[in-house]
Design a protein around this ligand. Structure first.
Ligand code: IPE
Ligand code: IPE
Ligand code: MG
Length: 244
């Protein structure tokens, strides 16, 4: 509990394979994936984690078969609708990052309500990445910065890393200290590419519908065993720890 990450990001992968193993349709896997989301959100809130970012749908996922996309969107609308009371009960504030304009109207409306209804909560920040990809986000940031420069509000020479960060969808959140990917894939799939510069990565073979609090604790324990050097030497890091 002394060295908890304040921000954990999760690539929730493996729903389709989980369903296939059981001889079921991919959507059956997504349905069970929602159970894992509930369990992990609860687990993170209990631990006092401040930010939890969940990759639920990528901009590339729009290219999946039509029935899977529409099934996922229906599940999204239904889940958000059903979960708002629980979010409020647990003081959880919902945020969304991604190209929300791409979502069907029903999903947009449901999301808007959920964001409003949880806006006053002060506990865990739950950030859902929906229709999100990092290249989309960075491209949008570049467009906005270029517009500011063109309009004379910003001088190119005054652009710093902080400026860039201020135009990302994640401007209100710190970078994640820990990123988890389930299902045994060792890649980042266009998720938070700028923000994970110094994030500790944790990969597990567990498929997302099987992922529970215990798996989250295992990832956090692994994180706590790592030495984060940020480019410095191990000796420098130890000296700093020793002197506080
Ligand atoms: C993750 O599970 C959920 C989404 C990407 C929406 P997948 O649907 O990618 O499951 P696999 O990777 O095919 O098993
Ligand atoms: C990443 O999973 C996106 C989400 C978990 C929402 P994918 O299943 O889409 O990733 P790839 O295609 O295997 O890289
Ligand atoms: Mg996948």
């Amino acid at each position: 509990m002394q060295r908890l990450p304040s921000h954990i990001a999760i690539i929730m992968d493996g729903n389709g394979r989980w369903a296939k193993e059981k001889g079921e349709d991919r959507l059956y896997g997504h349905l069970h994936g929602v159970e894992s989301v509930r369990n992990i959100v609860e687990g993170a809130a209990e631990l006092g984690i401040k930010y939890l970012t969940l990759y639920a749908f990528s901009t590339e996922n729009w290219d999946r078969p039509q029935n899977e996309v529409s099934g996922l969107m229906e599940l999204l609308v239904e889940t958000i609708h059903n979960e708002v009371p629980t979010l409020n009960k647990n003081n959880i504030k919902l945020h969304v990052i991604g190209d929300i304009d791409m979502l069907p109207d029903a999903a947009k409306a449901e999301l808007k309500d959920a964001l409003n209804e949880t806006a006053g909560n002060t506990g865990l920040h739950l950030i859902m990445a929906l229709s999100y990809s990092s290249r989309w986000e960075i491209t949008e940031a570049v467009k906005q910065i270029a517009t500011e420069v063109k309009e004379g509000n910003l001088q190119p020479a005054s652009i710093t890393q902080k400026t860039v960060e201020n135009y990302l969808a994640t401007k209100d959140f710190p970078d994640p200290e820990l990123m988890i990917r389930t299902s045994g894939e060792y890649r980042v799939s266009n998720f938070l590419l700028y923000q994970i510069a110094y994030t500790e990565l944790y990969f597990t073979n567990t498929l997302w519908p099987d992922f529970r609090k215990e798996n989250l604790y295992a990832a956090i324990l692994d994180f706590q065993s790592r030495e984060r050097r940020f480019g410095k030497t191990g000796e420098q890091v130890k000296d700093r720890e020793a002197t506080g």
